[in-house]
Design a protein around this ligand. Structure first.
Ligand SMILES: Nc1ncnc2c1ncn2[C@@H]1O[C@H](COP(=O)(O)OP(=O)(O)O)[C@@H](O)[C@H]1O
Ligand SMILES: [Mg+2]
Length: 379
């Protein structure tokens, strides 16, 4: 689970990492009052679980409480990379002398953590990492030893960070271990005009496997920002929304992944990943179809099932059930193969829905679904 910046800020504060004064609010009026409490000037920051808010116009200074209200009103209507803004942080403006980047991230392949740090942090860190990788230090951290005072000094020195950042590096490691995080990132970690070190932005990804011992998050099911992803999770369906137009439903992650590839190879973009799993029932199929059809970007739907434990006739029953409960407004291409495929195809043929067509191969099905999506786009 990713945390919002304001939640990361709270954890930083609890672990002794200096952060700017700030309040997080839901309305423009509250933003004005918060700016007043901060002494007038403020930085208004969209709270969304995605980076690059600054570049998207979601982080803006305000010169006085009236401007804070106006700016907050504007930011609260924003959508940043598909994330609606419901809250803004009103933070005390900081006079920045230098912006650094620091993070700890799990390197699964290597079996240890990596400290990643750069003296050139801020909004262009991705570009720095891409064009001048030598400006970004990557130092392994043995999870058993952690980040000691010495290690923190080594990391700061390797990245050319001000030596005063070392205690923050050490505390940031404590945040990672105490909170069961897989990633903690501060960008920027700044040195102010007065020489203070402050964490101005934070990103934390918690390890969902450790949720049971992190009671503070309770039943907070804010894991899914996307309402469709949340609805799918509630039904036990693995669903991930993507950017394209062809809705995809399959059984088994491997088959669904290759279906995405084949659709892309046919010149269309998948709208989602949806795995109904190994032993899917008719109900699951019906739920899956409703989910995909609820995405307004979807122009055609491809159901690609290779029947194993999930028999194709159950899948076909699910599709027929769905056709009775949800109004099909987009063309549906179905490819059934494997266990009980013949019976499954017959069930669909008998239902004879004008928007449903069948294909016998995966490539053929992907081609049809891609063409249908592209035709719909051309209209
Ligand atoms: N409290 C603040 N005072 C002054 N400048 C800030 C403050 N918070 C953020 N900024 C500036 O805005 C930039 C973007 O903000 P940040 O919180 O890092 O959002 P994002 O990384 O999503 O773009 C920072 O790199 C920093 O230069
Ligand atoms: Mg940032």
């Amino acid at each position: 689970m990713d945390l919002y910046e304001y939640q990361a800020r709270e954890l930083f504060q609890q672990h002794g990492i200096p952060v700017p004064d700030a309040e997080t609010v839901r309305t423009a009026r509250e933003a004005r009052a918060a700016a007043e409490r901060l002494g007038g000037r403020a930085v208004i920051k969209a709270q969304v679980k995605t980076g690059g808010r600054g570049k998207a116009g979601g982080v803006k200074p305000a010169a006085d409480p009236a401007a804070a209200e106006l700016t907050a009103r504007q930011i609260l209507t924003m959508d940043i990379k598909g994330h609606r803004v419901h809250q803004v942080m009103v933070a005390r403006p900081v006079a920045i002398e230098a912006e650094c980047y620091v993070s700890y991230a799990l390197d699964r392949a290597a079996g240890h953590f990596l400290a990643i740090a750069s003296a050139e942090g801020g909004m262009d860190i991705e570009e720095v990492a891409a064009t001048r990788p030598e400006a970004v230090a990557r130092i392994p951290v043995d999870p058993g030893q952690g980040v000691t005072a010495d290690k923190a000094r080594d990391i700061a020195a390797a990245a050319g960070l001000p030596p005063a950042t070392a205690p923050v590096l050490q505390r940031l490691w404590q945040v990672l271990t105490a909170e069961d995080a897989l990633l903690v990132e501060v960008n920027p970690l700044v040195r102010t005009d007065d020489g203070d070190i402050l964490a101005l932005d934070g990103k934390i990804t918690l390890d969902d496997n450790a949720r049971f011992r992190q009671s503070r998050w309770g039943d907070d099911t804010d894991t899914h920002d996307d309402p469709l992803e949340a609805a799918a999770a509630g039904k036990g369906i693995g669903y991930l929304r993507l950017d394209g137009e062809v809705g995809i439903i399959g059984n088994g992650a491997g088959l669904v992944m290759s279906t995405l590839d084949v659709v892309a190879g046919c010149g269309a973009r998948p709208a989602n990943f949806l795995d109904i799993g190994g032993g899917a029932s008719a109900t699951v199929m019906a739920d899956a179809l409703s989910l995909v059809l609820a995405d307004p970007k979807v122009r055609s739907v491809l159901v690609n099932v290779f029947g194993g434990i999930t028999a194709c006739d159950a899948v076909a029953d699910g599709i027929v059930t769905a056709l009775d409960t949800v109004r099909l407004t987009k063309p549906l291409v179905v490819r059934l193969d494997g266990n009980n495929a013949v019976r499954g195809r017959a069930i669909l043929a008998e239902r004879a829905h004008p928007l449903v067509q069948q294909a016998t191969t995966m490539d053929g099905a992907a081609r049809q679904a891609a063409d249908l999506a592209n035709d719909a786009a051309a209209v």
